[in-house]
Design a protein around this ligand. Structure first.
Ligand code: SF4
Length: 361
């Protein structure tokens, strides 16, 4: 099927089936940029409330640039992939500093910004400025491999190149913003992974996968690497009104988010209780900690793209809390924990405590 016919059929379909999403009513590159970053690795229904909250709190690039990173992470809390929020924030500062707050207009300049890859650059440049770079994501890859009958693994550079080249020539023949939106809408509404609507699809006369009865087989993907499994032991150092928090700083997941003091081990149990006591000593800046009690009160898991986090939560009662805790930790009033941004596994722990009335808010 030639790319001109592909574009024509797609646009005709889109005029009858387009999705009405909040960021589709604007040409403001800031709002389009925010929506695109939120939608990386996030479903539309999950991302939409975050988009509204983010734009309400940071209505333009100047407000975002002035905000603290903790404020930005707090608005992002629960959405995951926090690097996206940090990149949005640092790019906003860069745009204000180097470009008087003006968003770059062409693909080549947009793609140079931190956190923006070929997909987001194509989306922003077309939706805001009618730039003619076609978007290629998992949805687009799926529909093109099916329509053209591509049996090579989609991760291969040659496969990516041929999909990109096909949609790149198609976009030249129509309005770029409509074409890109149509691609995304069609891939997510009709040519879906599990149950595509082939019977009423406007491409079914031409679609090779449909005619060769391989719709369920395409696209071909290489086997995924198994997730790395990690064991985090969180210490809830108890006091009636206060709790000790720690801000993650290493180059690891959840950078700059807050958590309870934590020990990571290679197994679900802490083999050596001495190490636990030693860690508590370090947190409390005290060489003589007397552990009164230590109970595991909750456990949970959180799945990330390449990791599975197993979290174990211990309620720890100690004889006395030193006032001079380790400087990398914070002694916080329990009723103020909601001011901090946490990974989902920690938020769920607090929710669990609230339900069981163990957290005194
Ligand atoms: S016929 Fe089916 S597999 Fe082919 S493009 Fe349409 S929905 Fe996708």
């Amino acid at each position: 099927m030639n790319s001109i016919l592909f574009a024509k059929i797609l646009i005709d379909w889109w005029h009858k089936n387009k999705r009405d999403l909040p960021w589709k009513h604007t040409k403001d590159p800031y709002k389009i940029w925010v929506s695109e970053i939120i939608l990386q690795q996030t479903r539309v229904d999950q991302g939409t409330p975050y988009y509204h909250r983010f734009i309400k709190r940071f209505p333009d690039v100047f407000v975002l640039a002035k905000a603290s990173e903790d404020d930005v992470l707090k608005v992002w809390e629960g959405l995951g992939y926090y690097t996206r929020a940090r990149n949005l924030h640092s790019t906003a500062k860069q745009i204000v500093k180097d470009n008087d707050g003006l968003f770059p207009e062409n693909y080549e300049d947009i793609i140079k910004l931190k956190g923006i890859g070929p997909y987001s650059a194509a989306a922003i440049s077309s939706f805001a400025f009618e730039g003619s770079h076609a978007v290629v994501d998992g949805n687009v890859t799926r529909m093109v491999t099916r329509i053209l009958g591509i049996y090579d693994a989609v991760e291969l550079p040659e496969t990516k190149k041929s999909i990109q080249s096909y949609v790149s020539s198609a976009i030249q023949t129509v309005r770029p913003s409509s074409f890109n939106q149509a691609l995304l809408d069609f891939g997510s509404q009709t040519c879906t992974p599990k149950d595509p609507g082939c019977a009423y699809c406007p491409f079914n006369l031409y679609c090779k996968a449909y005619h060769q009865n391989v719709v369920k087989i395409l696209p071909i993907k290489r086997k995924k690497q198994p997730r790395k499994i990690r064991y985090f032991h969180y210490l809830d150092l108890s006091s009636v009104n206060q709790i000790i928090l720690h801000q993650r700083s290493k180059n690891d997941i959840w950078k700059n988010l807050f958590e309870l003091p934590m020990i990571e081990t290679d197994s679900p149990t802490i083999e050596n209780p001495e190490s636990l006591l030693k860690h508590i000593d370090i947190i409390l800046n005290d060489n003589n900690t007397t552990l009164v009690s230590c109970h595991k009160i909750y456990e949970s898991t959180q799945l990330l793209t390449h990791q599975k986090i197993n979290g174990y939560f211990y309620s720890i009662s100690i004889a006395k809390i030193s006032k001079k805790i380790n400087p990398s930790h914070y002694l916080v009033e329990r009723k103020k924990v909601s001011n901090f941004a946490f990974p989902k596994i920690i938020t769920e722990y607090f929710r669990h405590l609230k339900k069981t009335d163990e957290l005194l808010f």
